[in-house]
Design a protein around this ligand. Structure first.
Ligand code: FAD
Length: 388
């Protein structure tokens, strides 16, 4: 551990959350080690069944601006509504942090290497809630701080008469494994260590990293803190459940990321992979469905729905998109929202939990990573202060 290191943090997990957290910790001068059962790799080399619980390869992944709530609620808020608003406001702030981080990568000429594309986001909603109906260009920029241009669409721009509200804005998409491999490269270049290993508990990690112990061919410093970025937690959180998502990669490129909310609660969307790598057409959202196999009928429904919503994506003279492969993933969803908090685990040490990101892991990743650094910093400063 170098002299300027503020301590040694071990991150369990190498999905988008573990990787972003590890990079943020290294940038804040913590010696950082990743331990993970699954590591990022080229998309084609990841096993769709065997590694289905490693969610990051199977994501879209785009950023949708989700307005946290209407400016003025029509009735006074109950305590439950207030806490819901607080959670949504936190997620909105996290998505802004991520947007700025993506722009930072662009300013360093790293966007292409990282598989990040900046493009228009277009939304068509059949049954918009009050948080959408109260959204104007002015509110989007002043109150919600959305960067770039936000515009409410005019009704003649809707694809059909079921749509009652729509908008467009500036946003980003990533090709997930390209982005995760880029983060991994940044971590290694900054001296981060990465080991492929499954662990059963956070206590095991503290035991593994005891001062001066030789493991993985290295003499390891003791772990001052551990980050639990395992997607679903260490198997002891009853609030976590999977939300199955089936999507289809098609050959055609698209110049925008388009999302349609249907009145029956289903969604139709596309997420371009950018740089000639096709487009993801989605997608299902099926809570507690563990089926790992793609359903051909669902694929047909998704493609038809998207072709009807955004025919502009079809090449001249074509009526159908060209499927390349089906994708099934499990969003690590958590009742009550993501878990980002510190815990003193008996017989182990300080653990910063960062999991349960559901369908928003990429969008919220940098806000979560900053929260992880803040939590670790707060704990270590307090602990060292109490030893003086
Ligand atoms: C179809 C679909 C579409 C999606 N679209 C989007 C989108 O458009 N935008 C967006 O933001 N998000 C999207 N998501 C969600 C996003 O992919 C997830 O939120 C995100 O990948 C979760 O990342 P994570 O790092 O928390 O978990 P994971 O990617 O699951 O990573 C968990 C890590 O922990 C490791 N691990 C777990 N347990 C252990 C253990 N016991 N010991 C050692 N290591 C362990 C795993 O090996 C892995 O390295 C989508 C998801 C799906 C399925």
């Amino acid at each position: 551990m170098s002299n300027k290191s503020k301590g040694h943090v071990v991150v369990i997990g190498a999905g988008v959350i573990g990787l972003s957290s590890a990079l943020a910790l290294l940038e804040a001068n913590y010696t950082t080690t990743i331990l993970a059962k699954d590591l990022p790799a080229p998309f084609e080399s990841i096993d769709p069944r065997g590694q289905i619980n490693f969610t990051s390869p199977w994501g879209g992944a785009h950023n949708r601006w989700v307005p946290p709530f209407p400016t003025v609620p029509s009735t006074p808020l109950t305590a439950a509504q207030q806490s819901e608003h607080a959670l949504r406001a936190r997620e909105h702030a996290f998505s802004l942090s991520t947007f700025h981080r993506m722009k930072h990568f662009q300013s360093q000429n790293q966007a292409q290497q990282a598989g990040i594309t900046f493009l228009k986001g277009i939304e068509y909603l059949e049954t918009p809630g009050p948080e959408y109906l109260s959204l104007t260009a002015e509110r989007a920029s002043q109150e919600l701080g959305l960067p770039g241009t936000f515009r409410v669409l005019e009704s003649h721009e809707f694809p059909d008469d079921k749509i009652t509200w729509g908008c467009e804005y500036d946003t980003w998409c990533v090709n997930p494994m390209q982005y995760c491999l880029f983060l991994l490269g940044q971590i290694i270049a900054r001296g981060g260590k990465v080991f492929k290993r499954e662990v059963r508990s956070t206590a095991e990690v503290f035991q593994l990293f005891s001062d001066g112990v030789k493991e993985f061919g290295e003499t390891l410093p003791k772990a001052d803190a551990v980050v639990n970025a395992t997607g679903v937690g260490m198997g002891d959180d009853e609030l976590v459940f999977p939300t199955r998502g089936q999507t289809c990669l098609v050959q055609e490129p698209c110049e925008a990321t388009v999302t349609r909310q249907n009145a029956d609660g289903s969604w139709t969307f596309c997420v371009p992979r950018g740089y000639g790598a096709g487009t993801i057409i989605g997608g299902t959202k099926e809570p507690d469905n563990w089926d790992p196999k793609p359903d051909p009928q669902a694929r047909e429904r998704l493609l038809r729905a998207f072709e009807g919503t955004y025919p502009k994506m079809l090449a001249e003279g074509k009526t159908r998109l060209t499927p390349v492969r089906d994708i099934v993933g499990r969003r690590p969803t958590r009742k009550g929202g993501l878990r980002l908090e510190g815990e003193m685990v008996d017989g182990a040490g300080f653990v910063m939990h960062a999991y349960g990101l559901g369908g928003r892991g990429y969008e919220l990743s940098w806000g979560v990573a900053e929260g992880v650094v803040e939590g670790i910093k707060g704990y270590l400063e307090k602990e060292r202060g109490s030893r003086l």
